[in-house]
Design a protein around this ligand. Structure first.
Ligand SMILES: *Cc1c(COP(=O)(O)O)cnc(C)c1O
Length: 421
């Protein structure tokens, strides 16, 4: 599509947008009496309006039925995590049985590594992208230490080539081959939080498995943003959070994918009663017998109130369809890129790949100087985006609730701020 740098063109794109009505399903933070422009759904998604009612339903169940809510509530709590699987399976491209929700992202990364990082003297290394999200770095560092390895030896970090900001696929594959006798696990963030680069998940998965390693993924910035095919791509496991593009609220329950070929009771894990075969769970007997699907990794009683918003939000994803959302997202982000390219381009560099298939909603603007100050001025002008050291302002129009007019106004304000700097 050929874009035009005018408000009326942006409004025309909105008029043609079949998903535009979803915007009214969300609360926007306010700025000077009107809705702020919110391009921070990559950090915390907006609140769907239907969450409040959904919470009231569970409060009522608790109030009126108390313990019987587990079996007789509107949504019997015993199975609450199961209500989320169908929608998530569609979003990540999996069978329902391959999905569970539990705990939170970093916790789940540890639990998955306890099952799938089984280091030996020979094969013990973990590969990840250099500059991975800090929590993932800490998780990997402490896992290798836990097994008595030295992180500087056991963690292989892949960096872009000198002078480049994004990783080349062939360099990842080569690094995997270079470590083919010692690599136990690859764990990349599907989209890097700082550059916005979307990695080639099937390519890396295949390369890792070919040399005998396990391929795990942190999809925090992917799930609800870019559709995947985790089952068909034969991914071993994946974890994600639900408070970014999935709009489930701060600290909401985490999501997990375990490929069905691993979901048998003989796969090692640290267990709790919610992962036990339900038929015998309440016999309170010795001997853990895992359920034969991803929920065999659940440990604790379902955290109902931590899942209510996710359930409400996933209903919107079901209605909109992840493929439709992705199609709008590509257009929205390409429009943003087009408008940014008309600006004083020397002030910043877009470090996110220019190829729409190598990114999701987010563009990362790298400022050699004044990045932080410019971020503050944008916030004062009602543009909610975030800043990550060093020098990056992340701009992420989420297709469920952001409009083309938002994009236009946002870039106009960026332009004004740049002109005063
Ligand atoms: C957001 C994010 C996290 C946060 O982990 P929590 O355990 O939910 O706090 C971890 N890793 C990545 C890649 C993220 O983007």
């Amino acid at each position: 599509m050929t874009f035009e740098n005018t408000l009326s063109f942006a409004q025309q794109l909105d008029a043609n947008d079949t998903l535009k009505h979803f915007r009214e399903q969300f609360y926007f933070p306010r700025h000077n009496g009107s809705d702020a422009i919110y391009f921070c759904g990559n950090s915390l998604g907006l609140q769907p309006k239907k969450v409040e009612d959904a919470i009231h339903v569970e409060l009522q169940t608790w109030r009126e039925l108390a313990v019987e809510g587990y079996f007789k509530g509107t949504n019997p709590w015993l199975y609450y995590h199961e209500y989320l699987r169908g929608s998530l399976a569609k979003i990540v491209g999996a069978k329902e049985d391959e999905i569970t929700v539990m705990n939170a992202l970093t916790v789940n990364l540890h639990f998955m590594m306890l099952s799938f990082y089984r280091p030996t003297k020979q094969r013990y290394k973990i590969m990840m992208e250099a500059g991975a999200f800090p929590s993932d770095q800490y998780a990997v560092e402490t896992q290798v230490k836990h097994y008595g390895f030295d992180p500087t030896d056991a963690i292989v970090e892949i960096s872009p080539r000198a002078g480049e900001k994004i990783l080349r696929n062939e360099d990842i594959v080569k690094a995997i081959d270079d470590n083919k006798d010692t690599l136990a696990l690859t764990i990349f963030g599907g989209i890097n939080y700082y550059t916005g680069q979307l990695y080639d998940i099937p390519l890396v998965t295949n390369a890792a498995q070919k040399i005998g390693a396990i391929a795990g993924w942190d999809l925090a910035h992917v799930t609800g943003n870019v559709p995947t095919q985790l089952h068909n791509w034969n991914v071993d496991f994946a974890v994600w959070c639900s408070y970014k593009y999935l709009n489930a609220g701060p600290g909401a329950v985490g999501g997990v994918f375990v490929h069905e070929r691993h979901a048998n009771p003989s796969t090692e894990r640290l267990a709790g009663w919610w992962g036990n075969d339900e038929k015998i769970r309440f016999k309170m007997e010795k001997g853990f017998i895992a359920k034969s699907d991803a929920s065999g990794w659940n440990l604790s009683t379902t955290q109902v109130f931590n899942m209510v918003a996710l359930k409400a939000s996933l209903e919107l994803f079901d209605e909109a369809g992840i493929q439709n959302l992705r199609a709008k997202s590509i257009l929205l982000t390409n429009f943003l890129e087009f408008l940014l390219q008309q600006l004083r381009y020397d002030a910043f560099e877009i470090i996110t790949p220019a190829n729409e298939h190598q990114r999701g909603a987010q563009l990362c603007l790298f400022f050699k100087e004044k990045g932080k100050a410019i971020h503050e001025q944008l916030m004062q002008n009602g543009i909610i985006v975030d800043y990550r050291e060093p020098g990056v302002i992340r701009v992420a129009p989420a297709p469920l609730y952001c409009s083309f007019e938002d994009v236009y106004k946002c870039v106009k304000i960026i332009s004004e701020v740049l002109n005063t700097n």
